[in-house]
Design a protein around this ligand. Structure first.
Ligand SMILES: Nc1ncnc2c1ncn2[C@@H]1O[C@H](COP(=O)(O)OP(=O)(O)OP(=O)(O)O)[C@@H](O)[C@H]1O
Length: 265
């Protein structure tokens, strides 16, 4: 059974249709990249799966049940640009929050502590888990958010641009960690990003949204000049440079969409 199942899903805000006729199944352990320009409805899709945003029509199920708020089945890494340096919450407490309202919360404090220790070790964050998160590097903070999202053992992991503000090396580390943890647990991942290259080794399929249109397929199927030119309705060139994908010519509202181009790393 798929961990995520959307059927004939439509989301519109007034006259503006973000997507329509969306059928999507995400299998356990599958890694789905969600791509598209600003405002194409990527975050809105995650909000639908979190039960925060009702569909305009169609159905959405998480592991066979309608999506609902606070589901124990869904882990979430929200979009986060930077953390206030004065934030005094400790890393460990942040991770413990991920157990709140979940079945783990009903167990003993000792069991919760043991579970938090276990996940901190798995993401390699034990050595700084006692520190205020405002003092940690971006990569360290993201490891803790990955731990928070995974601590309760979700079947679906939703990630909203979790690599923002990380350098290239940390982007690889954090995306590798997410992919590895998801595969290990058989959790399906929906990974919203503007930059496919850091996650390309892990991506099984891509959902590419543009202005109400979308395409779903493997990176080789979707990330082609032909498919993106159709989606953007303008000539787009997709180049393979060694193991990278470079998209040239996507213009949206006059602003060049250059987000697939990455500095050398
Ligand atoms: N509750 C709402 N009511 C009306 N419009 C909304 C609502 N939520 C989002 N929108 C609009 O829907 C569009 C899609 O937003 P969304 O955040 O899903 O896009 P996105 O693809 O995640 O964009 P970005 O890459 O900029 O984060 C935006 O234009 C946004 O202003």
């Amino acid at each position: 059974m798929g961990v995520v199942r959307l059927r004939d899903a439509r989301l519109a805000y007034g006259p503006r249709v973000l997507w329509d006729g969306l059928d999507l199944d995400v299998a356990p352990g599958e890694f789905l990249a969600v791509l598209g320009p600003n405002g194409s409805g990527k975050t809105s899709l995650l909000r639908v799966l979190l039960g925060l945003q009702p569909l305009s029509s169609g159905t959405v199920e998480i592991h066979g049940e309608p999506a609902r708020r606070g589901s124990t089945r869904v882990g979430y890494i929200p979009q986060q640009r930077s953390v206030d340096a004065t934030l005094s919450v400790r890393g460990r407490d942040l991770v413990t929050l991920g157990l709140e309202g979940h079945r783990w919360g009903f167990r003993s404090r000792r069991a919760s502590r043991a579970r938090v220790d276990e996940i901190l070790a798995e993401v390699g964050a034990q050595s700084y888990a006692h520190m205020p998160i405002g003092l940690l590097s971006g990569g360290e903070q993201q490891r803790l958010r990955v731990a928070q999202a995974l601590v309760a053992g979700p079947e679906v992991l939703l990630c909203d641009e979790p690599l923002l503000s990380l350098d290239l090396a940390q982007q690889r580390v954090v995306s590798g960690l997410i992919a590895e943890q998801a595969k290990l647990r058989g959790a399906g991942v929906l990974f919203v990003t503007h930059e496919i290259n850091p996650i390309l080794p892990f991506v099984d399929r891509v959902l590419y949204l543009v202005d109400g249109r979308f395409r779903i397929g493997t990176p080789d199927e979707v990330m082609t000049s032909e498919t993106l030119s159709e989606l953007y309705r303008t000539p787009i060139e997709v180049l393979r440079v060694r193991d990278r994908i470079v998209v040239v010519g996507a213009e949206q509202d006059g602003a060049t969409v250059h987000h697939h181009v990455e500095a050398k790393g």
